[in-house]
Design a protein around this ligand. Structure first.
Ligand code: R1X
Length: 245
């Protein structure tokens, strides 16, 4: 089957995928694979396949924001991908989860617009339990702060005149803010795939804590490196367990 937006063929796709926003990050992750091959680079969607620890996997970029990312997730699942792990960046709500921390998202509050057009708002955007467990195990011993909990997903990045309910979500114990996890979890649930996500904190989303936004620091770069390693080990661990190894 040909997937016209990613411009890939299902025959070329493995069942396990790492997804990330940035096409350059996809290329960097692919650099860690054996026999990496670029299948396509269409719009923001860049697709690589290769092997990690003997397991065939794909690495695909999904761009910024839920609608575009959902197109990617839908086509990947149509192409036969059954397990997806997002690696990305997020803003923190808490002083004890500073830049350079890692957050494993167990569920996402659906403050974006895309998933409302898929299912009623009562439907949860929730990670697959086995994927969360695999990420948690792979993160044991990782340097720095590693937390597991609920994230919130918005469409807006630069605020306008509307109040964004950051304070309420912070008070409710939400850990971090980003823009694609709700789409990933809802699409995966609807289409019968498993998904999870790990994000590197690149600043504070809470206006009480926020300084100038600068995601290009050594501390963030190193955290992104760590989350990629965690995600690759989690994904291949799941594949091996599925294969009964
Ligand atoms: O999910 C968010 C979005 O993809 C995190 O970083 C991007 C915006 O800079």
């Amino acid at each position: 089957m040909y997937l016209p937006i990613l411009q890939i063929h299902s025959e070329d796709m493995p069942a396990y995928a790492i997804v990330c926003g940035d096409p350059r990050r996809a290329q960097a992750i692919a650099g860690k694979l054996n026999g990496a091959k670029e299948l396509a680079f269409a719009r923001e969607y860049r697709t690589f396949v290769g092997e990690y620890d003997g397991v065939p996997i794909a690495v695909v970029s999904h761009g910024v924001g839920s609608p575009g990312a959902a197109v990617c997730f839908e086509e990947l699942i149509r192409a036969g991908v059954k397990t997806l792990i997002r690696v990305g960046t997020a803003g923190s709500y808490h002083a004890d989860i500073p830049s350079g921390s890692l957050v494993i998202s167990t569920a996402a509050a659906r403050e974006e617009g895309l998933t409302r057009q898929l299912v009623p708002i009562g439907f949860p955007a929730v990670a697959d339990g086995a994927v969360v467990d695999a990420l948690s195990q792979a993160a044991v011993g990782a340097e720095g702060v590693v937390r597991k909990g609920i994230t919130v997903c918005y469409d807006v990045f630069f605020a306008g005149v509307e109040e964004i309910p950051h304070k309420k979500y912070k008070k409710a114990g939400v850990l971090a803010v980003e823009m694609e996890i709700a789409a990933l979890y809802v699409v995966a649930s609807l289409r019968g795939a498993r998904a999870g996500a790990i994000v590197a904190i690149d600043g504070f989303a809470d206006s009480d804590l926020a300084a100038e936004y600068d995601p290009h620091t050594d501390v963030v770069t190193q955290a992104v490196e760590r989350e990629i390693d965690v995600a690759l080990r989690a994904l291949t661990g799941l594949a091996k367990r599925d294969a009964g190894q």
